[in-house]
Design a protein around this ligand. Structure first.
Ligand code: GLN
Ligand code: ZN
Length: 758
């Protein structure tokens, strides 16, 4: 008998119940008891949804973040929250977000740093360690949830914890010690935890060790040996869970560590599965992650069975089947969707539907395909319908992509030549000032957009109000004496959704939320088909904005790579192919803007870095098509048209050559918080084009002084010739208030003027 199990279930609730419960608690509108009751209700529902599984995850639920939960379990919260008033939960939220309910400003501590969970869009709270960090067990959360699961009727609960090596790998040293040195004293705490879980009746414990799909140095490989040889015990049995990629040169080690079972991601590593079956010692179980836990498409069950059956034959009783990773990364329930059309709906599976697929797979393996003939038939119909749909496949788009030649990515002249022509054309002063695109998204703007969406106001009314907002933004920028203006992006809800809504090949769900961090959820648009642009998307707004002023107006677009990386993307063709389709659509928009007299066009690639594969050895292949896609979108214009791009992060030391290859005339980046530190990279690498290192941190309510800004720019000028420098904020201003933005930009313009005087 093969068994079926799950690695983790989304915890936000089908209608984001957790978000609303968290936020009510933080605002002091509900008590801790109420929050905990809400959480329990969500867990109970989740367990019910997983009833038919042979092993059900427990401890995957979190009130904020599973890594922070693990830090609590290991007694590793930062010193700054020790000894503060309130409950354990108050401290938990202080680490998570800097404050808990009723904390006055003076009680704020600085929140733990947040960073991306591997290559997902989930963000965890980075555990902090120093040379003197010591760990101590607090198993309460897990023990209570085990108990709770039992009461809820879960007969085979499987606690889920982050394994010791991955936990340390995620930690950040707050001094110059090395976190690996802490392993030895971390392990006894894990041993004790495992013992307590076994005592509480857990037969299996899932140890998440996703770092096994990354490139590990010998030190880290050795850490795996040390850890698992120390933890080896008869009970509970350990399931070593790897996911998000292939094991490659960690494969033999992963197979041979002294644990009772191994989970592999066979969606991203299907070819590897057979190898693992060969390598895995005969007493171990193998959990095969066969259903995509990172995407929302229905699985092709027949195709999965075709490759899974031979492995099942070899493995017999030793086979478990599961989703590839925790279902945390997909929305909860397709049944919540009321507005999706039937075609598209029939192609999709959210977390609950994925578990149904798993059940069908398990039955087919155990009892033969005939036992689930009806389900397989229905699945095949859906898969075929998607494969053949004229809504997915647009021959004209495929042909357009096939016809892309090298010339598409090529500007007419090299940067130096273009810059000369642009200078003549644009008449900009030295240290030109500009902003990144958005101006404050006020309550009024949001209300107007909502009213339009609900058809409470007409399209004309909506357009008139948006134009008024644009005019307001333009007049303010003129008053400020900014050199290159923007229209302010009032009409955009979101930088990807706005474009997705206007492109063919996209649909939108109502409740397709995925946790990004804490109470923040995102609802990625669904890119299901060949991408085309039926009409211009931004030209009217930009043209209107340009008509209001003699100063150059910058056209604002989101780039193809960012649109791709922030969507749920079709899985029936390579991402690079889909990206090229997006690139062609954006290219048309760029050319339309140019034809409408817009001389400066910014193509944001905020998420370019996010798409980097987990293994550095695979970076270049990604960067090659990502950069090429950007170039296709940007480079169909004349030399006189100035192309800008923007990236809102500062770590690009390791990809700077690719950034340079994008060949944008101007790039604006985030730098102010790092005190221009990131510009160090330009000491070794001579960035060839113009650059605007941000001098105003838009994430903070604080406004820097003229001196601070001048100072930052002078630092920048040491690395990059002054004639190639721009002066701008770190990112868009949509989250700020006008009363903050005005003085900040006044200061910025003042700083630029001072710089011009030398
Ligand atoms: N143009 C966008 C804005 O200003 C860029 C946002 C971003 O980089 N995330 O809002
Ligand atoms: Zn940004």
């Amino acid at each position: 008998m093969a068994l079926i199990h799950n690695l983790g279930f989304p915890r936000i609730g089908a209608k984001r119940e957790l978000k609303f419960a968290q936020e009510a608690f933080w605002k002091g509108q509900s008590s801790e008891t109420e929050l905990l009751a809400n959480a329990k209700e969500i867990r109970t529902g989740n367990w019910k949804a997983q009833q038919s599984l042979d092993y059900v995850p427990v401890g995957d639920f979190s009130l904020y973040d599973q890594v922070l939960d693990m830090s609590v379990t290991l007694g590793n919260l930062p010193e700054r929250v020790q000894g503060l008033t309130g409950s354990e939960l108050d401290n938990y939220f202080r680490v998570a977000r800097g404050r808990s309910t009723n904390d006055s400003d003076c009680h704020c501590v600085h929140a733990g740093e947040m960073t991306k969970w591997f290559d997902t869009n989930y963000h965890y709270i980075v555990p902090e360690v120093t040379a003197t960090t010591s760990f101590s067990l607090n198993a309460q959360r897990l023990l209570k949830q085990l108990e709770e699961a039992r009461r809820a009727g879960v007969s085979n609960p499987k606690p889920v914890i982050i394994g010791p090596v991955t936990y340390l790998w995620l930690c950040k040293e707050k001094d110059d010690s090395s976190r690996l040195n802490l392993l030895e004293q971390l392990l006894p705490v894990y041993s004790e935890l495992l013992e307590q879980l076994a005592d509480a009746g857990a037969e299996w414990v899932q140890m998440d060790e996703p770092v096994l799909v990354t490139e590990l140095t010998n030190e880290w490989k050795q850490a795996f040996e040390n850890a698992y040889h120390t933890l080896k015990a008869d009970r509970p049995k350990l399931l070593l869970a790897t996911y998000f990629g292939t094991l490659q040169d960690n494969l033999q080690q992963a197979c041979n560590l002294p644990v009772a079972g191994l989970h592999i991601d066979a969606v991203r590593g299907r070819e590897e599965a057979a190898k693992v079956v060969d390598w895995l010692p005969a007493h171990k179980i193998l959990s095969i992650g066969a259903i995509d836990g990172r995407n929302i498409w229905k699985s092709d069950l027949t195709a999965i069975l075709d490759w899974l059956e031979p492995l099942a034959e070899k493995l017999g009783e030793r086979l478990w089947i599961a989703p590839s990773c925790s279902l945390l990364h997909v929305p909860v329930d397709l049944d919540s969707e009321e507005q999706l059309d039937e075609d598209i709906r029939s192609w999709l599976a959210f977390a609950k539907q994925k578990l149904s697929e798993l059940t069908v797979l398990g039955k087919a393996i155990n009892e033969g395909r005939d036992a689930v003939a009806l389900q397989l038939q229905a699945n095949k119909l859906a898969i075929d319908s998607r494969r053949q749909s004229a809504r997915v496949h647009n021959p004209a788009v495929k042909e357009a992509v096939n016809n892309i030649t090298a010339a598409y990515g090529q500007r007419q002249s090299a940067y130096a030549e273009r810059a000369k022509k642009q200078r003549v054309n644009l008449h900009l002063p030295a240290f030109p000032t500009t902003t990144i695109g958005s101006f404050p998204q006020t309550q009024d703007i949001r209300k107007t957009r909502l009213a339009f969406k609900k058809q409470a106001i007409s399209a004309d009314e909506y357009s008139a109000r948006m134009k008024a907002e644009i005019e307001h933004a333009v007049r303010e920028q003129e008053k400020l004496d900014i050199d290159v203006l923007v229209h302010g992006e009032a009409e955009r809800n979101d930088m990807v959704e706005y474009f997705g809504e206007q492109l063919e090949g996209y649909v939108f769900s109502q409740f397709g939320w995925v946790q990004s961090y804490g109470s923040r959820c995102v609802k990625p648009p669904i890119l299901f088909g060949d991408i085309s642009r039926p009409h211009a998307m931004t030209v009217n707004w930009i043209q209107y904005a340009q008509s209001l002023t003699d100063k150059p107006m910058k056209g604002m677009l989101t780039g193809p790579v960012t649109i791709l990386n922030w969507s749920f993307v079709r899985d029936d063709q390579p991402r690079s192919e889909t990206c090229k389709q997006l690139a062609l659509a954006i290219r048309q928009e760029v050319q339309d803007l140019e034809a409408a007299g817009v001389n400066i066009i910014q193509i944001d690639e905020a998420a370019l870095r996010e798409g980097l594969p987990l293994r550095q050895s695979e970076w270049q292949a990604y960067l090659d098509w990502a950069v090429e896609s950007f170039r296709i979108s940007a480079n169909g214009v004349s030399d006189e048209t100035q192309i800008h791009t923007h990236m809102c992060y500062s770590e690009f030391n390791d990809i700077i050559e690719s950034i340079a290859q994008m060949d944008a005339d101007v790039i604006t980046i985030e730098t102010s918080r790092s005190d221009m530190e990131l510009l160090d990279v330009f000491e070794e690498f001579e960035y060839p084009n113009e650059i605007g290192p941000g001098v105003y941190d838009i994430h903070s309510p604080n406004i820097p002084t003229v001196e601070q800004m001048v100072n930052l720019m002078e630092k920048a000028a040491k690395r990059i010739p002054a004639e190639r420098l721009w002066v701008n904020p770190d990112c868009g201003l949509k989250t700020r208030q006008w009363q903050e933005v005005i003085p900040a930009l006044q200061t910025m313009v003042e700083a630029a003027k001072r710089l011009r005087q030398g």
